[in-house]
Design a binder for this molecule. Structure first.
Ligand code: HEM
Length: 155
């Protein structure tokens, strides 16, 4: 088997077992969910300004987010990024923003996807969102402990 055949066989195997395949998700549905969601995010009174402060090029951001969701639900492995580092680098993201983000994500999923696909997008976002939120809180708590130690014991 050539490398290309091997890759094609592995890709096909992953597509068979990917959770999105059973739920009827395809790339067009991912694009619809991601593009509709971020159009609403940009208009949102709380989330909009946070994204406006960090995202310079929306076309690049949307392509990256489509790759992310393709990797999560279709196991394509297309996403190359670090969500934890990206969120940790945005100091204006608050823990309470995650519930707002997720509520909007659920609304859009119910609107633009069939029920099984919406259930999957929602379940995955809830899991990933919770681990990002907890990770951020831990990082920030560790950071402020370090800052307090530095302040209490200068030099
Ligand atoms: C709850 C589930 C969430 C998921 C699944 C998610 C997913 C992602 C992913 C995959 C990226 C790209 C990471 C990379 O560049 O490697 C990203 C970037 C970003 N996210 Fe989230 N996110 C979530 C929640 C939030 C929330 C609540 C906010 C705050 C309003 C937020 C704000 C941002 C911003 C501003 C960026 C761009 C960071 C930068 O490029 O500097 N995200 N997100």
């Amino acid at each position: 088997m050539t490398d290309a055949e091997d890759l094609a066989a592995r890709t096909a195997r992953r597509a068979q077992i990917a959770p999105g395949t059973a739920a009827g998700v395809d790339e067009a549905m991912i694009a619809r969910q991601v593009h509709t969601f971020y159009a609403r995010v940009r208009e949102h009174p709380r989330l909009g300004p946070v994204f406006a402060a960090h995202v310079e090029d929306w076309d690049t951001h949307l392509a990256k987010l489509c790759d992310f969701w393709s990797s999560v639900v279709l196991m394509t492995g297309r996403f190359k990024g670090s969500p934890m580092a990206a969120h940790a680098g945005a100091a204006d993201i608050q823990s309470s923003d995650f519930a707002v983000w997720l509520e909007l994500w659920r609304q859009v999923a119910r609107e633009v996807c069939p029920p099984a696909a919406a259930d999957l997008f929602i379940a995955k976002a809830e899991m990933i969102g919770e681990s990002l939120r907890q990770g951020l809180e831990m990082l920030r708590a560790a950071g402020s402990q370090r800052a307090r130690r530095t302040l209490s014991f200068p030099g």
